[in-house]
Design a binder for this molecule. Sequence first.
Ligand code: FAD
Length: 462
Amino acid sequence: MAEYDVIIIGSGPGGYVCAIRCAQLGLKTACVEGRETLGGTCLNVGCIPSKALLHASHQLHEAEHNFAKMGLKGKSPSVDWKQMLAYKTEVIEGNTKGIEFLFKKNKIDWLKGWGSIPEAGKVKVGDETHTAKNIIIASGSEASSLPGVEVDEKVVVTSTGALELGKVPKKMVVIGAGVIGLELGSVYSRLGAEVTVIEYLDAITPGMDGEVQKAFQRILKKQGLKFIMGAAVQKTEALKTKAKVSYKLRKDDSEHEIDADVVLVATGRRPYTEGLGLDALGIETSKGGQIKVGKDWQTSVNGIYAIGDCIDGPMLAHKAEDEGMAAAEQVAGKHGHVNYGVIPGVIYTHPEVANVGETEETLKEAGRAYKVGKFMFMGNGRAKANFAADGFVKILADKETDRILGAHIIGPSAGDLIHEICVAMEFGAAAEDLALTCHAHPTYSEAVREAALACGDGPIHS
Ligand SMILES: Cc1cc2nc3c(=O)[nH]c(=O)nc-3n(C[C@H](O)[C@H](O)[C@H](O)COP(=O)(O)OP(=O)(O)OC[C@H]3O[C@@H](n4cnc5c(N)ncnc54)[C@H](O)[C@@H]3O)c2cc1C
């Protein structure tokens, strides 16, 4: 048994970042993790492995579709799936070991095992009970399914199973056209699978700017993904090596079936708080299972905080990280802060899709007067040279003050380009501030500047 200033439960991006910041602020810190490795969902079965497979499959796409155009001739590479999975595992190991190194460097104790909170100020791991002045819950989330859809992680899989398939399926059905479904659907489509996405709503990627939703779906269709929209999945039947998916079209209630070698259930995630003992402690949760916290990330019990996927808000690694740093600062007597209005979202397909702030839909709903500055990548020299001219940058600015309210990018490196706009928004910048900033040529960033110019007197290259 040891005494700590802070014990953090969970070592995902929320937990490990929080632990490092606590240690940097001089607090005696431990982090409890039940997995074999540190890093949580993100590093083990989420962000990092999915990006490794997206990267590898994108290289194949480039070789098959663009190499010959640039005078690079020869046999296209074939897929060695085992090796691709080995590459993915190596990437995971490199990252999780990196966190282990950072824990050692910052003198953070890793308490190995599943933790529970028998009472405020105490954390039990295995047979040992440790005391802590503060406890921070960062227990993350797990995949959720639908009634009638039974996951076996072989034929009917969540994202975790989809990152470990025995072979590339010939036919894959993805239930849910959200970020995870479209990213992993793209991976298998590029590797040769016939991918059909079934979505309950009439538009993909719910909550995203409507114009981007339409453009994105058009591009994905061009890449070979099929979509069945407005369809409610009724059930899946797992046969030995295949599955049957039954769905009903919402427009006419007609019933249909589709076969697949693999069905990926990508219908969202829910908070994971099993075994922590929240009820006995009297920690309040919402209907969806999220732990309720105040502005300082403290739960309804003094000295117990919660951050990341297990509380309200977008389930994103960087949101969890920011909360981790802010909660650490609160615990250390400082003033942690997260600007929830400026949290970017990125989809790592090709092209990438990125957004921050308001959409046209949310602005209309709020009755706010705004203007739109849009620039197509077709007018960007670098994008044309790199076969990456699909898509656009769209900036939404206040009609009166020109202050940037939101931005939506579909195009090359959108996930990097969005940050220029995030910084501008943090500083309360106007579109004109971006438009007056010199941007190097030839870069994709010039498209951001052109969109900012489009909020004023107009872009140059369109
Ligand atoms: C396929 C996929 C791709 C994704 N891609 C992205 C992306 O590109 N970008 C992005 O921003 N987000 C992405 N996400 C979401 C991202 O992974 C999560 O938002 C992020 O991991 C949340 O961090 P967290 O620290 O809150 O929880 P988690 O990362 O879920 O970590 C929680 C950890 O707590 C541990 N734990 C739980 N309970 C206990 C206990 N009682 N005792 C001990 N340990 C416990 C768990 O084992 C786990 O390791 C992706 C998710 C998936 C599934």
